[in-house]
Design a protein around this ligand. Structure first.
Ligand code: ADP
Length: 485
């Protein structure tokens, strides 16, 4: 182990099933993307382990679903407090396995925890209705009940928050969970389970299986006991999981890929737009599903905006190991991720894009790609049509509002979109015409626990966070009470 922790017992390497930590012979190596060093070896789950986890969640559901909202709320709050009390250690674990800079890792722990606090509060507001009746001998009532056992499959880019965004509403609703974190980043998930146990969340309510998606995934999707799947990851895998879930008609929530446009109109505050774009494009080294993918700049300000952006990238971003003071941009998750970015840039340059800064792998190591700005990009180049998931800003000029809206919408996905303008009428018009689930107007960072996160088209279905986030974990039941005199 090469992480310094105040509490070393947060570095768990076993499976967590039915409140038991289980060691297994077949291990998964977790490596640090900044230097390829081994961080830990983690036990992996077999098919039988996954079935055991589902059985444990089913058994725990009987009592957990009968607890009061107040009891669940109290346990979630305790968990939230323990996470925040161990923020530094959790951030160190996160940076070691994922690579993001330590300040961002601390931010993710607080962001992830905010969903637990939020849903601890929302648990107490799962209200039904009394609806006016069609005849006076009856009354119509609705109640909301937990959907049951939920499978949660999460990616590596936010190893903490993608999980809390699912577990917190599930538990608040009275559901139990079986979670499979990404193989690149299981340690953050296991640390969360350790703290959940310390908070007093009963055995079987949260189960964690780490290991091969090809072994664990089909068991979760085929199970009739698992009534819902909540997935965050690629659109490709999401489609596969949707097909698999069809056999048992599970409820599904899908947070899939994006291709976020970031539009700068000619009346925008350019300095504010640069600040917003820097945050939206380069945080987590460009590895978020809401990261800007295409930057549309009005042609009258294209030159001045590109110069400001290049200056900001060259002056404000420092590539390096996320634990080093002053570093703003860490490595990509692995060499495969780097080669995707290299390929997209090369193919786009071959089609006429120009490298204004960056544009290559850094001498720091195989996983470091230099923060990059490409100009003279068109909407049909690979850097614009594909999800980059790396620190490359692709600048596309435009002439009119309708043209840029059409270009922005010319993609199969629709997660987040951003635009900068000073015109209030344009703010409404463009917000309504963009086919995206989330819109940032004069703002580059829009995700928080109070707002509904989610996409349209092939970016998925369902919403996480906000007062709407609980609905994905609840069934609505209608009770008709008749024979009244
Ligand atoms: P990413 O590009 O972020 O790695 P993926 O969609 O490949 O996105 O992975 C997201 C999560 O889905 C990870 O936990 C991964 O292990 C899991 N996963 C990948 N393929 C499958 C599958 N066929 N069945 C179930 N889970 C899968």
């Amino acid at each position: 182990m090469n992480i310094t922790l105040n509490d070393t017992s947060l570095l768990k390497t076993d499976l967590y099933i039915n409140g038991q930590w289980l060691n297994r012979d077949i291990k998964l190596a977790v490596t640090n993307p900044a230097n390829a060093s081994l961080v830990a070896e983690v036990s992996t789950a077999s098919k039988e382990d996954t079935l055991d986890a589902i059985a444990a969640a089913s058994e725990a559901l009987k009592s957990w679903s009968q607890t009061t909202a107040k009891q669940r709320s109290a346990l979630l709050k305790k968990w939230f407090q323990l996470i925040m009390g161990n923020q530094d250690d959790l951030a160190s674990i996160l940076t070691a396995e994922q690579g993001k800079v330590i300040a961002e890792a601390k931010g993710e722990i607080a962001y992830g925890a905010s969903y637990i606090e939020w849903f601890a509060e929302e648990a107490k507001r799962i209200n039904g209705d009394v609806i006016p009746q069609p005849s006076n001998d009856r009354r119509i009532i609705t109640i909301k009940q937990p959907v049951g056992v939920v499978a949660c499959i999460t990616p590596w880019n936010f190893p903490n928050a993608m999980l809390t965004r699912k577990i917190a509403p599930a538990l608040a609703a009275g559901c139990t969970v079986v979670c499979k974190p990404a193989s690149e980043t299981p340690l953050s998930a296991l640390a969360l389970a350790e703290l959940a146990e310390r908070a007093g969340i009963p055995a079987g309510v949260i189960n964690l299986v780490v290991g091969k998606a090809s072994i664990i995934g089909p068991v979760l999707t085929a199970s009739s006991e698992v009534r819902k799947l909540s997935f965050t990851g690629s659109t490709q895998v999401g489609k596969l999981l949707l097909e698999e879930c069809a056999a048992t008609v599970k409820k599904v929530s899908m947070e899939l890929g994006g291709n976020a446009p970031f539009i700068i109109f000619d009346d925008a505050d350019l300095d504010a737009a640069v600040t917003g774009l820097m945050a939206s494009k380069y945080r987590n080294a460009g590895q978020t599903c809401v990261c800007t993918n295409r930057v549309f700049v009005h042609q009258s300000i294209y030159q001045s905006f590109s110069e400001k952006l290049v200056a900001a990238v060259e002056q404000n971003l420092t590539l390096g190991d996320g634990t080093t003071e002053g570093v703003t941009t860490g490595p990509l998750i692995n060499k495969g991720a780097v080669s995707i970015v290299v390929d997209l840039v090369e193919k786009s340059v071959a089609k006429g894009a120009k490298i204004a800064t960056g544009g290559s792998v850094s001498e720091l190591g195989d996983c470091f790609y230099k923060p990059t700005v490409l100009t003279a990009v068109t909407n049909d180049m690979p850097i614009a049509t594909d999800e980059i998931f790396g620190p490359v800003a692709a600048l596309i000029p435009f002439e009119s509002d309708q043209q840029v809206i059409d270009m922005a919408n010319d993609t199969k996905v629709g997660l987040a979109a951003y635009f900068y303008t000073g015109d209030i009428s344009r703010i409404w018009r463009v917000s309504e015409q963009l086919e995206y689930g989330m819109i940032g107007v004069n703002e580059g960072i829009i995700s928080n626990e109070m707002a509904p996160f989610g996409g349209v088209k092939e970016s998925g279905m369902g919403r996480e966070g906000s007062k709407y986030g609980l609905d994905d974990y609840l069934e609505l039941k209608y009770i008709c009470m008749g024979g009244l005199k």
